[in-house]
Ligand binder design. Sequence first.
Ligand code: FES
Length: 229
Amino acid sequence: MSDIPFKNPGWAGNVGEYDLTEEQVRGIDFVGVRPLDGGHASASATYPFMLEEKDPDAPLFEGPYEIRFEKILTRYPTKQGALIPILNLAQELRGHISPETMDRVGELLGLSSAYVRGVATFYTMYNKRPVGRHLVQVCTNISCDLCGAQDVLEAFLKHTNTEMGATSMDGGFTVIEAECLAGCGFPTCVQINSRYYENVTTEEVPRIVAYLRDGGAGAASAIRPEGGA
Ligand code: FES
């Protein structure tokens, strides 16, 4: 499992004349088969990650996820301090943070439901309702907007056959607007699950959607840049 064959899949080094794989830049454990137990404790706490297959009823937390839960706790002086990465972990498993999930996380960390809800509802990165296998977040903030982000957003809605914030009938896509994704130098910036796609244009949208629908196989050659990896 190496790179996703877009002209700029969003990691430093694989732009311009460079042709590095994500493994070469970030290390082999960042992509591919991620260690289920999260690897080092710091990685367990900080990896942003979203599984394509989400199970809203997945247990919190069992097996390798229990190991990751315990590792995350070692990173903080109090259980309260671990709330945000534990919510990340819950969202990775379940795809969204429901009120029941907030309550369960509160139980595990010895926090009140009200406290957990206050944190979970503050951050837009926590999905408060179910999302599709691919959560497409199109930045429409100033830099991206000046470079056609609204058109990119419309193109994603059209090609996924869905409406803003809704999930497509096949469960494949949820498309939403996002505030600045901190990729302002590469507009339009789009985050799909955990991965950034940069310099996205309306012309590329149908190919990206096809790529995601096909699990990457069918559309790869169409997206691969001239002479690219
Ligand atoms: S304005 Fe789009 S990433 Fe910053």
